[in-house]
Write a protein that binds this ligand. Sequence first.
Ligand SMILES: [Zn+2]
Length: 327
Amino acid sequence: MDSLIRFMFDRYQVRGQIVRLEHAWTEVARRHLRHDGRDLAPTVRYRLGEMSSAGLLLAASLKFDGGLVMQIQGAGPVALFVVECESNGTYRATVKLRPDAHVPHDASLADLVNQDDKGRFAVTLVPDRAHDAKDAGGTAGRGKRAARRTALTVPYQGIVPFEGDTVAEVLERYMERSEQIPTRLWLAADDHAAFGLLLQRMPQQGGNLPADFDDDGWRRVTTLAQTLTREEMLQLPVEAILKRLFWECPMTPLERRRPAFACTCSRDKVGAMLKMLGQSEVDSILAERGEVAVTCEFCNNDYRFDAVDSAQLFASELSPRTPPSRH
Ligand SMILES: [Zn+2]
């Protein structure tokens, strides 16, 4: 049931994408039932689910091969929401609360992150070339990618103040500012599913409009999408939603993807981080605790290094324990 479909209303010059995450989302949700030993309020997790859907929708429309990182930097109980999407359709996501944060069960996104208007929303686009340089394991498929046109060669980050009450509203404002394309988004998440629908009105270039161009199409499809209920978003397959909303509209399906959860952490990367920390720091942790334990905040994987592992790490600058791999 994990599915993302890109589609187009040619006559209306409107493009769209719809995503439904089940397994791909529950893999993330079940890792975020608790935070720092306490139950995590569902309102926080559901906002993370909505951001996950939104991130995958944005990543699916990228004009280059690469990844996308979406962040809400919070001033409030939540310090950070982060969703990282890769060009192969995988993603990971996590949330960081402030110590001793109290989250009312009915807190809105603005309550969670925008105290004193200090919330920030950021999207970072990371082209694969930068990715590969950053990621020691990034060799898979490089030849194929190099043959394709890459429009973006350096990471790009857009940061805007937090505007809006929901993840969808914040995203719509961001898209208006950054792309100047009218964009509407509908998002929903619970512990079983995450959903997103994105509609964009393409620039009206006189000469390229189809002969049967319908200027009222944008208003029509957004009005139809507005009738979606939260129950429908969370329970219906994407095909059923498209049929229920747009059965009278001439739609062309373009592409289907199967999104999945995958964490990019690895023992080699944790080892590289410990090397940057330095041998004396690592030795002092070993002396105190007998091992260095690092938990990935995205997938909860534990990486443990004892004195023997540490000695190997600092002895062998060039021979990692396992061949580098990339998820
Ligand atoms: Zn991980």
